[in-house]
Write a protein that binds this ligand. Structure first.
Ligand SMILES: NC(=O)c1ccc[n+]([C@@H]2O[C@H](COP(=O)([O-])OP(=O)(O)OC[C@H]3O[C@@H](n4cnc5c(N)ncnc54)[C@H](O)[C@@H]3O)[C@@H](O)[C@H]2O)c1
Length: 441
């Protein structure tokens, strides 16, 4: 099938590459000339495991093209998938300007039937706005073409995006147009060979499903974080509690980890956008509001622990920081807990030596101006001259470090662990003061 993917970020690039890998002829459009140049030079602009060989083999096979040419992109695909960013506006609502701009381009230039698919995470009612934008463009041209707007939210996880796309748990198709539904069934048939994964529903339900899923996952994290903070006060251990409740199949083990607060490009903005839509609809969501409030507070828990350890004054202290990305296996630092922590520590007069296996370049462009922050090339280099070590991202390489070597480097033998990676008893035996989240020490 001929498919156009509009927006070549984490979602668009993975979508385009995986659809091409299934034999489709895919045209990826982006307005960012640098990104398209990189892709055409054989570079992958993001860190996403397994993506590079798929992009390469499909480009070589001529099934995957990258371009900034809007007219050519509209002409190419009968299916036009919008995967542009929907960042938060100042009031927390999702900024829809890129989605609407992409829809207008399609409306302005399309010939013949098109299915316009919103894969971006968008508030309920967006399909109507997309439809309206296309109709307005048709009116300007004095003629229109047949088209259908479908909501097809994406559920992939950064770090496992290729696997998630190739083997999705579900494929949500929000539409009541049988022609469009048939085309999407055909498009997704290679990705649901052992069982049917498509769930067809109303377009508004599809739009809400994406927000509901992210808000539910964020709620599990905030719930565990609140219980972790309580555990510290009353002498319980959140890891034991996690195992105790996770064993109930109605609850399950996934997404039950306490930590330094959730971040990333999705949960924070989607939780805010859902709240905003609910408010506008006159039906505020108290629970979702609390989820965000708890998370904002949780991002400062590590800094509070570090301040307490040093008797409140951090002037002249150096903190080694392991992990900058919002989670392991990505270079994405949007809303990462590390950003709030670095801000807290350096404002209080501390210096930070930070290392991340994938996010060094991203960190440099986001935080490089902070004179108290040094971004270094290895976990060992972060420890040079450091007083204490703090861990924010659960990269595999941090899970079993050489504690004896760490002990020779740190001036104050303490590890602050925002991911609960280590066994408190083992660290105690090493003579290292250990500050995890919600563990019994
Ligand atoms: N990142 C994730 O893990 C994830 C998962 C599921 C859903 N989503 C949703 O998918 C959408 C995209 O997220 P992302 O992380 O891929 O964003 P991103 O910021 O990485 O990429 C968006 C891309 O769209 C391009 N763009 C903007 N306007 C354009 C236009 N009019 N025409 C062509 N290109 C345009 C930008 O230049 C950018 O390269 C968002 O709505 C997000 O909420 C993201």
């Amino acid at each position: 099938m001929k498919v156009t993917v509009i927006g070549t970020g984490y979602v668009g690039l993975v979508t385009g590459a995986c659809l091409a890998d299934a034999g489709n002829n895919v045209f990826c459009l982006d307005l960012d000339e640098k990104k398209i140049k990189k892709l055409n030079d054989g570079e992958i602009p993001i860190f996403e495991p397994g993506l590079e060989p798929i992009v390469q083999r499909n480009e070589q096979a001529g099934r995957l093209k990258f371009s900034t040419d809007i007219a050519a992109s509209v002409a190419h695909g009968e299916i036009q998938i919008i995967a542009v960013g929907t960042p938060p506006s100042e009031d927390g609502s999702a900024d829809m300007q890129h989605v609407i701009a992409a829809a207008r381009n399609v409306g302005r230039l399309m010939e013949g039937y098109k299915v316009v698919v919103t894969k971006s995470t968008v508030p309920v009612g967006t399909a109507d706005r997309v439809k309206q934008a296309i109709i307005e463009e048709h009116k300007k041209r004095g003629r229109g073409n047949d088209f259908s707007v479908v909501s097809n939210p994406e559920f992939l996880k950064e770090g496992a995006a290729v696997e998630d796309f190739m083997r999705p748990d579900r494929i949500i198709v929000g539409s009541d147009d049988s022609r469009a539904i048939t085309l999407l069934r055909q498009l997704y048939s290679p990705f649901q060979r052992n069982r049917e994964r498509i769930i067809v529903m109303g377009v508004r339900s599809a739009e809400l499903t994406k927000y509901a899923a992210n808000a539910m996952l964020a709620a599990r994290i905030s719930f565990m974080n609140e219980l972790a903070n309580l555990s510290e006060v009353i002498g319980a251990d959140i890891e034991e509690v996690r195992r105790g409740i996770g064993s109930d199949p109605r609850i399950g083990y996934q997404f039950l980890y306490a930590g330094a607060g959730y971040g990333g490009s999705c949960f924070p903005k989607d939780v805010k956008a859902l709240q905003r839509s609910a408010q506008e609809a006159g039906m505020p969501l108290k629970l979702v509001h609390a989820v965000e409030e708890v998370n904002e507070a949780q991002k400062h828990v590590l800094a509070t622990k570090i301040r307490k350890h040093f008797g409140e004054n951090l002037k002249g202290k150096t903190i080694a920081l392991w992990g900058l990305a919002f989670k392991a296996n990505t270079d994405d630092m949007r809303e990462a807990a590390s950003v709030a922590l670095i801000d807290d520590l350096t404002r209080d007069g501390a210096s930070v030596r930070a290392y991340d296996p994938a996010a060094r370049e991203v960190a440099q462009s986001m935080l490089g101006k902070n004179p108290r922050l040094a971004i270094v090339d290895s976990a060992e280099a972060a420890l040079e001259g450091a007083d204490v070590l703090c861990i924010v991202t659960e990269w595999q390489e941090f899970r079993s470090p050489d504690f004896a070597a760490i002990k020779t480097k740190l001036k104050s033998l303490a590890i602050f662990d925002g991911r609960n990676l280590y066994d408190p008893a083992a660290l105690k035996a090493q003579g290292i003061a250990y500050y995890p989240i919600g563990r019994r020490l």
